[in-house]
Design a binder for this molecule. Structure first.
Ligand SMILES: Cc1cc2nc3c(=O)[nH]c(=O)nc-3n(C[C@H](O)[C@H](O)[C@H](O)COP(=O)(O)OP(=O)(O)OC[C@H]3O[C@@H](n4cnc5c(N)ncnc54)[C@H](O)[C@@H]3O)c2cc1C
Length: 386
C-alpha cells in the first residue's frame, strides 16, 4: 500500500475531538462577550435544535464585557444634549429606548440577583453653575420627551440639595436619573455563561479566529487551533472586528479604569457621570471605581492594546483626590483597561457582512444596556438561514 501520510494543520485533534467538539456545527459565533453570548442564547430559544459553537480567544472573555464599570444606564442629560448636536434626533431617541428596553431584558433573562442589580440611581455631576442650570432646564424637557419613548416622565430631578452628603469637591450641581442602577459585571457574565452552557451552547476558549473565508457551501473559519467549516458565522468581536473583516466603520476604543482599596467611612452609593460621560465613577464593595479620560488622547486610545497610559491614569488619580474623595485617604488597588467598539455613528451594526456571515458589533459605551437586545436582533436576522 502506498504511504498516504501528509503533514497537516489539524494534528492537534483526535477523531473524537472532531466528532464531538469541532465538526458538524450549524453556526459559529466568534466572541464570547455579552453580544456573542446573548446571540447564542436567542438562537437557542428560537431554534432549539441548532448546534451552536462559540469561539473565544481569551481564557476569559477578553474585550469589554468583563472589564466595564457595571453601569445600568441609558443617558445622562449632557450626553444626550451632546448627541443631539451630532446625531439625527430620531437615532438619539431610538438609542435611549433601546438601552431602556435592553436593561429590562437583561434583568428579566438573568434575574436581578444574578447580575447584582442595585437600584442606586445615576447622577450627573457639574462643576460649572451655568452648565448645570442649562442641563437642568434641558432635563425638564427630556422628562416630557422620554414619556413617549420609555413611558416615564419623571426620570431626571435636581439632586443638588443632597450634595453635602457625598463630600465631593468642586461639584456645584447634581442631576439624578432615578431609574439607573449599578450591576456586578463579573457576576452578570458568570450568570450568562452558565445560562448558555445549561442551554447546550458549546463555548471553546483560547481559540483565536485568524481569518474567515466564505465559499459556496459554507464558511471556513481558520483559527490558531483548527480549521472549521460551518453553514453560518456570526462575528461578535466588537472593537476587534476590523482584524477579520477589514471594516472601517467599527474602531477600537480603549477605556481605562482604576479601583481603590476599601475606604473607611465611604457612605454613599450611586453611579456617577461627569463631563458628558467621559468620566464615570461609582461605589463598589466599599471602594471607588473610576474610569474614563479617553478624550485626553483619542489617537492613542484608538487601539486594541490593553496597556495603561500614565497620562490617563494620573488624570484619574487627580480627579479622585480633587473631586471624588477630597478629604479621604485612599490607595489604588488595581487598574485595568477594556476595549470598546465605536464608530462614526453611535448605534450598533447588526447586518449581513456577506451571504453567510452576520456581524453584530459597535456597542460603544452602552453594551451592558443593549447587549441583550442586539443578541435578539442578530438571532432574528438569522431566521432565514437556520
Ligand atoms: C472600561 C469600560 C467601561 C464600560 N462601562 C460600561 C457601562 O458602565 N455600561 C455599559 O452599558 N457599557 C459599558 N461599557 C461598554 C460595554 O462593556 C461593551 O459595549 C460591551 O461589553 C460590548 O460587548 P461585546 O460582546 O460586543 O464585546 P466584547 O465584550 O469586547 O466581546 C468581544 C469578544 O470577542 C473576542 N475576540 C475578539 N477577537 C477575536 C478573535 N479573532 N477570535 C476569537 N475571539 C475574539 C474578545 O476576546 C472578546 O471576548 C464599558 C466598556 C469598558 C471597556
Amino acid at each position: 500500500m502506498k504511504n498516504s501520510f501528509k503533514k497537516s494543520n489539524n494534528v492537534k485533534v483526535s477523531y473524537w475531538d472532531k466528532k464531538e467538539f469541532l465538526d458538524n456545527k450549524d453556526i459559529i459565533i466568534i466572541g464570547s462577550g455579552l453580544v456573542g453570548l446573548f446571540t447564542a442564547y436567542h438562537i437557542r430559544k428560537k431554534f432549539p435544535k441548532t448546534k451552536i459553537l462559540v469561539l473565544e480567544r481569551g481564557v476569559l472573555p477578553h474585550g469589554a464585557s468583563t472589564k466595564n464599570a457595571g453601569f445600568a444606564c441609558f443617558g445622562s442629560p449632557s450626553e444626550i444634549f451632546d448627541d443631539l448636536k451630532k446625531i439625527p434626533e430620531d437615532t438619539v431617541w431610538q438609542t435611549i429606548a433601546m438601552r431602556w428596553n435592553g436593561l429590562k431584558k437583561l434583568r428579566s433573562i438573568l434575574g436581578d440577583g444574578n447580575i447584582g442589580f442595585e437600584p442606586v440611581g445615576g447622577f450627573e455631576c457639574f462643576d460649572d453653575k451655568y452648565e448645570f442650570l442649562e442641563m437642568l432646564e434641558f432635563s425638564n424637557l427630556l422628562n416630557k420627551k422620554l414619556k413617549t419613548f420609555i413611558g416615564k416622565n419623571d426620570v431626571y430631578d435636581d439632586y443638588s440639595v443632597h450634595l453635602k452628603d457625598y463630600g465631593f469637591g468642586k461639584i456645584v450641581g447634581l442631576i439624578r436619573n432615578k431609574y439607573e442602577a449599578g450591576i456586578q459585571t463579573g457576576r452578570m457574565m458568570q450568570s450568562l455563561l452558565t445560562l448558555c452552557r445549561e442551554a447546550g451552547i458549546e463555548i471553546l476558549n483560547g481559540i483565536t479566529v485568524e481569518q474567515i473565508q466564505e465559499c459556496n457551501d459554507g464558511v471556513e473559519v481558520h483559527t490558531d487551533f483548527y480549521h472549521f467549516k460551518v453553514p453560518n458565522v456570526v462575528i461578535a468581536t466588537n472593537g476587534f472586528a476590523s482584524a477579520i473583516t477589514g471594516r472601517k466603520d467599527v474602531l477600537p476604543a480603549r477605556a481605562q479604569v482604576l479601583i481603590t482599596e476599601k475606604i473607611k467611612g465611604l457612605n454613599w452609593k450611586g453611579t456617577f457621570h461627569m463631563d458628558k460621560g467621559y468620566y464615570y465613577f461609582r461605589e463598589l464593595d466599599g471602594r471607588v471605581l473610576l474610569g474614563g479620560g479617553r478624550n485626553l488622547d483619542f489617537k492613542t486610545e484608538t487601539t486594541t492594546d490593553f496597556e495603561l497610559t500614565e497620562k490617563i491614569q494620573l488624570k484619574l488619580e487627580e480627579l479622585l483626590q480633587r473631586v471624588i474623595l477630597p478629604r479621604k485617604k485612599f490607595r489604588i488597588e488595581q487598574r485595568w483597561a477594556g476595549i470598546m467598539g465605536v464608530g462614526p455613528e453611535k448605534k450598533p451594526i447588526i447586518e449581513w457582512h456577506s451571504e453567510r456571515v452576520l456581524i453584530a458589533v459597535r456597542m460603544g459605551g452602552m453594551g451592558v444596556a443593549i447587549g441583550s437586545v442586539v443578541g435578539e436582533m442578530a438571532a432574528e436576522k438569522l431566521k432565514e438561514r437556520l
